[in-house]
Design a protein around this ligand. Structure first.
Ligand SMILES: NC(=O)c1ccc[n+]([C@@H]2O[C@H](COP(=O)([O-])OP(=O)(O)OC[C@H]3O[C@@H](n4cnc5c(N)ncnc54)[C@H](OP(=O)(O)O)[C@@H]3O)[C@@H](O)[C@H]2O)c1
Length: 287
């Protein structure tokens, strides 16, 4: 991985920070994407100290904002001629229904639309690499996800945070399958991963006290971040995976996923739907 350029979203905390540390230790140049400058700087310093690397760059973007994603890709584009690895790791769990400034429901915005948009905008840079790899940190919750695009944002029904989260993670698997088809014949692969149930702060963000207590109890049984980062790092680095694409991996092995992801036309439907939302915001998935 020496000098390979790896872009990692959500690198200020949890699994993303650990992925960044492991890849930095392997000699990669790391582009940490963080939404908060202070948290980003603290994480960057920590990774530099532990890994001994001086090849860590910090980029700022709130990935719930399409405008900030576009600005981020412009900044990445100025910094690098190519990108070897893009790890879409940033994600969140919203117990209460929330919308971003463009009126897009936040679970969908952060967990699906952001990796969809960011990946599309960075495709040219990934194609400039010898072998570009896209990794999406999904979740085993994809298995209970449902797709109802007419009601994707729970505007006209009671919001259920767990269902919204699971739906968004199913979308990442559908996107992985669809983009794999569109990338055939190129040097770029895409795979999704469930990191395992990991001790992180994901259950502590924006949630109520009882939920935080339940998450803390669950974390007693969860695996540490070092283990949670293993499958995404494997997908980013393993030489035997240069031509493996469109997979959903758990513990470094291909695993079964929600059969909804294989329904005929579902990938195109989700793609067109999400592209339309981006167009409605006067933006384009093409560079
Ligand atoms: N933990 C688990 O058991 C588990 C299981 C399955 C899948 N996952 C997935 O693993 C990924 C990482 O989660 P984690 O458990 O490591 O959680 P975490 O510790 O809360 O880390 C999430 C990271 O994403 C960033 N992030 C959240 N919202 C963002 C936004 N709007 N813009 C930019 N960055 C944002 C956070 O930044 P801040 O530091 O600013 O908050 C943080 O760096 C997520 O996709 C999650 O769904 C986790």
């Amino acid at each position: 991985m020496k000098n390979k350029i790896c872009v990692i979203t959500g690198a200020s905390n949890g699994i993303g920070k650990e992925i960044a540390r492991q890849l930095a230790t392997k000699g990669a140049r790391i582009a940490m994407v963080c939404r908060n400058e202070q948290r980003g700087q603290i994480a960057k310093k920590e990774i530099e100290e532990i890994s001994g690397s001086n090849k860590i760059d910090l980029f700022l973007a709130d990935l719930s904002s399409l405008i900030q994603i576009r600005q981020l890709t412009e900044n990445l584009g100025k910094a690098y001629g190519h990108i070897d690895v893009l790890i879409n790791n940033a994600g969140n769990f919203f117990l209460k229904k929330q919308y971003n400034e463009a009126g897009i429901e936040m679970t969908y915005a952060v967990n699906f639309l952001a990796p969809f948009y960011l990946t599309n905008l960075l495709l040219v840079k990934l194609m400039n690499a010898d072998q570009g790899r896209i990794i999406i940190v999904s979740s085993r919750n994809q298995s209970i996800g449902k797709i109802d695009l007419g009601n994707y944002d729970f505007r006209n029904r009671i919001y259920n945070g767990l269902q919204a989260y699971s739906n968004s993670k199913l979308m990442t698997v559908i996107f992985t399958k669809e983009l794999e088809k569109r990338l055939r014949g190129t040097n770029v692969t895409i795979n999704a991963a469930h990191p395992g149930d990991v001790v992180t702060n994901i259950g502590m963000n924006d949630n109520n006290g009882l939920f935080k207590i339940l998450w803390s109890i669950k974390c007693l049984f969860n695996i540490p971040v070092e283990q949670g980062a293993e499958t995404p790092v494997y997908l980013a680095t393993a030489p035997e995976l240069t031509k493996i694409s469109g997979g959903y991996f758990v513990r470094k092995k291909k695993a079964r996923y929600n059969p909804i992801a294989d329904l005929p036309g579902i990938g195109k439907e989700l793609w067109d739907f999400s592209e339309d939302i981006i167009k409605q915001n006067n933006l384009s998935i093409n560079q």
